[in-house]
Design a protein around this ligand. Structure first.
Ligand code: MOS
Length: 732
């Protein structure tokens, strides 16, 4: 293969850096008008009076939509459920007078320009009837209700813990975090006449949004197309249709013209987020350092109207050998909006707690943290008792440790200094799923040796355009410059939301399927060509290489694609294929990593710097070592944010977020990021799929917060279990 497995530059890189790549809020059809959202300032209750008269008098204001002044919206829960909706009753913007969370949209001011809409929004007068509310997970911990997620206990935990030689038990508290992608939530709805709409939306799934809008607005799919050619980061925030797309569509239908709604950074804090969780982990060990008992209980926040729960505890269930285990996942329903997926949902939080607990246990056992993990290493998935399709985690530990210099670590906390700074080294394990989903791809090959490859999937910045081009170029035997990839359009062949790290494997295999059909057609034509040098070659031995149709291993026996197509009187060959993965639950499918972190902590000020991270990742075949490395670096940066910076702070007296902006909500900036070394561990996987691809989007963050927390302990001798680890907690 020429391109697969190589550090290929992004095929959309030039468009992105030169600004020709257009995002949802950048399409400007004729007559475009702008909507600005008015948000509720109470947390729970109902709207008694909503007076828009003053706003409507502002010159340039066209309309103010409210729950009592708007086109019809579907009136049943089912119609509002998108393909990734959790259990419950989805939020419906501008539906009725009820207020379910602070910051809820209650009106949309539409004006000729955005500034006018924004100003007029300040003139919308609202009277509320307030009700008692609570937004505090910790205060409501006692009201947590068990979810019905399946948990398989093993053995007898109580007995094992009572008899354990060494025991560790602690709560790890992970705060609510908000997505802060560069691109704001944005939708531009183009009115195409007769009720037909083209919706440019910031989304991870155009067909999900299309189905959702069609059911909410009772539209036919042929009348409502959704596009997201480029996405400026999403990380889970664009999996579900967000409310601005409903509002923009509502306004377009009301005014019969094109409407754009872009949320402000502040308003984005009124939408989905990584839910705050209390992760309680108990570990019981035998004197030799093997595990005898593991319990993991997650208590997570959710809204009153939906049960959002992710897999926080399954990793502890699966990863390490332990005969006695118990797991549970509980939800606390409070007056907030529903959480949503955020990079490695469940794992980022759950594995953080597990891997901090493992570090604490290693210290209690006087064992090296890697040694402890090797003592309970499992070649089988412990929860399902299944073999893995592949698992090179041992290699991750070994190669990561070597690259980091782990053997030089003095295990004693506070033992290493660099000037005024205490130096700490910590490590942790990472784990994520290797999923694959049904995806269809269409390839149109033209006789000039160019191919258009298309699929509805969105490239959320992960590099889908590029890997699709790489796989297609190799499969069709064409230079990558001849491949034109079209993505992010609901009218293209089917794709689910881009998430869960499943799109690389899923789209790559759909490309292979369609390309195989093209190969067969070309091979048949080439063999039938009068005087063909391939006449005697079996069909299966005819390959596409260097723009030619050739005999396998005998490039000299070849026919040009153009000749074959001319012979067949074909200008183009079009094939569409749905990828096919055999249903098979005989193996566990996971990616793994070992993360090593060095921190330097100013002893007097408590300032923490993450000076080095080594992430050794085993994720099957890496389709593109350049974009793949970028994926992991980005994830490590977020892991640094999770460990040290990010926290959505709520004032529970008002149920309101106090830091809804990236001045007060801290995310790592360039000065926070130092050396990040990514090592891809060779991991051949002949079982999982033809190419042995597992996916990389999420594994990179898992384990990073714990590795840093463990390094902070090693540097300072102080264990912080409430994230983020800010300097006040260190010097307190
Ligand atoms: Mo990912 S959190 O499934 O976008």
């Amino acid at each position: 293969m020429t391109y697969v497995g190589t550090p290929t530059s992004r095929v959309d890189g030039r468009a992105k850096v030169t600004g020709t790549a257009k995002y949802a809020g950048e399409f400007s059809p004729d007559g475009l008008v702008h909507g600005f959202v008015v948000e509720a300032t109470i947390t729970c209750g109902r709207i008694v009076r909503l007076d828009t008269s003053e706003a409507l008098q502002v010159k340039g204001v066209l309309d103010v939509l409210t729950h009592s002044h708007r086109p019809p919206l579907a009136d049943n829960d089912e119609a509002w459920k998108d393909e990734v909706a959790p259990e419950g009753s989805p939020f419906r913007p501008l539906y009725d007078d009820s207020i379910k969370f602070n910051g809820q949209p209650i009106a949309l001011v539409v004006a000729d320009d955005w500034e006018t809409a924004k100003f007029a929004a300040t003139l919308v007068r609202v009277e509320y009837e307030q009700q008692a509310f609570t937004t505090d997970l910790e205060a409501e911990r006692g009201n947590a209700a068990e979810t019905d997620k399946p948990h398989k206990p093993r053995g007898n935990v109580a007995t094992a813990l009572a008899g354990a030689a060494v025991r560790h038990e602690a709560d790890y508290v992970l705060p609510t975090e908000h997505h802060n992608p560069m691109e704001l939530y944005a939708s531009t709805v183009v009115w195409e006449g007769d009720g037909r709409l083209a919706v440019y939306d910031k989304t991870q799934g155009v067909q999900n949004v299309q189905k959702f809008l069609c059911s909410v607005f009772d539209k036919k799919p042929e009348d409502l197309r959704v596009l997201s050619p480029y996405v400026g980061g999403a990380f889970g925030s664009g999996l579900r249709p967000q409310y601005q797309v409903v509002l923009a569509t509502l306004a377009a239908l009301a005014l019969k013209r094109s409407v754009r709604v872009v949320l402000t950074r502040q308003q984005m804090y009124g939408l989905g987020y990584r839910p705050m969780t209390i992760e309680r982990v108990t570990l019981g060990a035998n004197p030799d350092g093997t595990l005898d008992a593991v319990t993991h209980e997650a208590i997570a926040i959710t809204s009153r109207y939906e049960d959002f729960a992710r897999n926080d505890t399954g990793w502890a269930e699966q990863l390490y050998k332990s005969p006695n285990t118990r797991f549970s996942h509980k939800l606390v329903h409070v007056d907030v909006s529903t959480p949503c997926d955020m990079r490695a949902p469940g794992a980022a939080s759950g594995v953080c707690a597990l891997e901090c607990a493992m570090d604490e246990l290693a210290i209690a056992l006087r064992l090296d943290p890697i040694e402890l993990r090797l003592k309970c290493y499992s070649d089988r998935d412990q929860s399902e008792d299944l073999p893995y399709t592949s698992k090179q985690l041992r290699e991750c530990y070994a190669r990561g440790a070597e690259a980091f210099g782990w053997s030089r670590r003095n295990p004693t906390p506070r033992s290493t200094r660099d000037g005024k700074e205490l130096v700490g080294w910590g490590m942790a394990t990472g784990v994520w799923e290797a999923l694959q989903m049904p995806v269809a791809v269409r390839i149109v090959l033209t006789s000039n040796g160019h191919a258009e490859v298309s699929c509805a999937a969105s490239d959320i910045g992960t590099g889908t355009y590029t890997i699709v081009a790489q796989v297609a170029a190799d499969a069709l035997g064409l230079p990558i410059e001849n491949i034109d990839v079209k993505l992010g359009d609901s009218s293209l062949p089917q794709a689910p939301v881009e998430g869960g790290s499943w799109m690389a494997a899923s789209s790559a295999h759909a490309v292979l399927g369609a390309a195989e059909d093209i190969r067969q057609e070309l091979a048949r034509l080439a063999k039938a060509l009068p005087g063909s040098p391939l006449a005697d070659s079996p069909l299966a031995d005819v390959i596409l290489v260097d723009g030619m149709i050739a005999g396998k291993g005998e490039k000299s026996r070849a026919v040009s694609m153009a000749d074959a197509m001319r012979y067949g009187k074909l200008e183009r060959i079009e094939k569409q294929k749905l990828n096919q993965f055999a249903e098979d639950d005989s193996h566990a499918r996971n990616t793994h990593s070992a993360v090593f972190a060095e921190v330097k902590v100013d002893e007097q000020l408590g300032v923490i710097r993450v000076t080095r991270v080594v992430s050794a990742v085993a994720a099957g075949r890496i389709l593109n070592t350049k974009t793949g490395r970028s994926q992991i670096i980005g994830s490590v940066v977020w892991g640094i944010g999770m460990a040290l910076h990010e926290e959505t702070v709520m004032d529970h007296r008002f149920g309101r977020t106090m830091n809804p902006n990236i001045a007060d909500y801290h995310i790592p900036v360039n000065a926070d990021i130092h050396n990040i070394d990514v090592i891809f561990i060779p991991e051949r996987d002949d079982f999982i799929n033809r190419l042995g691809v597992k996916g990389l989007g999420e594994i990179g963050i898992v384990g990073v917060p714990a590795a840093i927390a463990n390094a902070v302990y090693h540097a300072t001798g102080k264990r912080v279990r409430r994230f983020p680890i800010t300097l006040d907690k260190l010097i307190a």
